[in-house]
Design a protein around this ligand. Structure first.
Ligand code: SF4
Length: 382
């Protein structure tokens, strides 16, 4: 796992109540250095800690707005499964535990694609999304992870629950793990990869998709995945990968990690998402695609620009000096307008940050470069 230097570590007492959990806690703690003594907490003390660190105030902020100075505070915790009335009582007693799975809620979420279609001008499919943590050792300016990494350690119980969910929903073929974190950064100590890859290796026609911006993939190479795990890299050109996706692997390191996984017979995918238009992004994207397609054959490439971002908050999240002048100009133009007067599809009158023509040009330029490899991958707009 990555070396972690954090201001504080909390361990929920539930995380020490089972031998499998406490062994996982021990393994993870070997890689974690804390500035102050580790504290074992119950719900009441965790609620106080949430107040002390202002975690509730971080809800809705982007990671760049929080301006996290280094690695996040670590919490080792467990998921639990309660009745609705029990959740209501718990959250009434400890209201700050509603967020970021602090109370042990939220092991999976259902994305209602039909509702998305009605309200967000897009086309989505219904899907469950599987979770194991909220927070990240990476520090991407556009993300919504707080100054906290809440890691669930009861993975054996969680994976047994996932198995019931997967077997009860055979209609869903692709299962995403995990869009609130990057669990691969915690491996091999965490063992989520091993357990999840094993779970899906036993399914007939259902597939696991693991997301990452990491190059920490050696633990994946020997796993018996039986072709049922897809590893999907979010890729960004060099400047974005280093200066906006802080602490993540560089662009070339991610591509090399994808190559290794492809060699180990995993299906690999690439998400060019979100594209942040920095100065010189065109030449950098060209270099990234040449490197990618020279080494890896992604079965799908997804392309998407930065969106769902309120223009008046963009310069609190990003260093403007990195940005391409044309795209920075759109941000300034829309930030100066009353929100309801912004043109469609700019937020809040759609979900975009850049106008249609500018996005089409960006997509066109990227797609134009793809066939140079002499191979073709299906391309989707995100
Ligand atoms: S790697 Fe993903 S989860 Fe982690 S900070 Fe970046 S966008 Fe967020």
């Amino acid at each position: 796992m990555y070396e972690v230097k954090t201001p504080a570590v909390y361990i929920h007492e539930r995380a020490l109540s089972e031998p499998t959990c406490s062994r996982r806690v021990d393994r993870l703690m070997h890689g974690i250095e804390s500035a102050r003594p580790t504290e074992v907490v119950d719900d009441a003390r965790l609620d106080e800690a949430a107040e002390e660190h202002g975690w509730s105030e971080m809800v809705g902020l982007r990671t760049g707005e929080i301006a996290r100075p280094g690695d996040p505070i670590i919490l080792l915790n467990t998921f639990r499964w309660l009745e609705d009335e029990e959740w209501a009582r718990l959250h009434e007693a400890y209201p700050r535990l509603r967020h970021y799975y602090l109370s042990g809620n939220g092991a999976w979420t259902f994305r209602n694609g039909e509702a998305t279609l009605r309200t967000q001008s897009g086309v989505c499919t219904n899907a469950y999304e599987l979770h194991a943590a909220w927070g990240c050792l990476h520090n991407c300016d556009y993300c919504n992870v707080p100054d906290l990494l809440n890691i669930m350690v009861n993975l054996e119980e969680l994976v047994a629950r996932f198995q019931e969910l997967v077997e009860g929903n055979r209609w869903l073929k692709l299962w995403k793990f995990d869009n609130h974190t990057d669990t691969i950064t915690l491996e091999p100590e965490y063992e989520a990869s091993e357990l999840m890859v094993d779970l899906f290796s036993r399914q007939d026609d259902q597939y696991l998709m693991m997301y990452t911006k990491s190059a920490n993939v050696d633990h994946l190479l020997e796993l018996d995945h039986r072709g049922k795990t897809i590893v999907c890299w979010s890729l960004a050109p060099d400047t974005q990968s280093r200066l906006i996706e802080k602490n993540a692997a560089t662009c070339s390191e991610r591509i090399e990690a994808a190559r290794k996984c492809q060699e180990a017979a995993y299906t690999v995918r690439a998400r060019l998402s979100p594209i942040v238009p920095v100065r010189g992004w065109q030449a950098e994207a060209d270099a990234m695609l040449s490197d990618l397609l020279g080494k890896v054959f992604p079965d799908v490439i997804t392309i998407d620009t930065l969106k769902w971002t309120e223009p008046t908050r963009v310069w609190r999240m990003f260093d403007k000096s990195l940005w391409d002048d044309e795209y920075a100009g759109y941000v300034d133009q829309y930030a100066a307008m009353p929100p309801q007067e912004r043109p469609y599809p700019i937020l809040p009158n759609g979900k975009q940050l850049f106008p249609h023509e500018a996005r089409v040009r960006m997509y066109g330029l990227l797609v134009e470069r793809l066939p140079k490899s002499g191979r073709s991958s299906p391309i989707r707009s995100g």
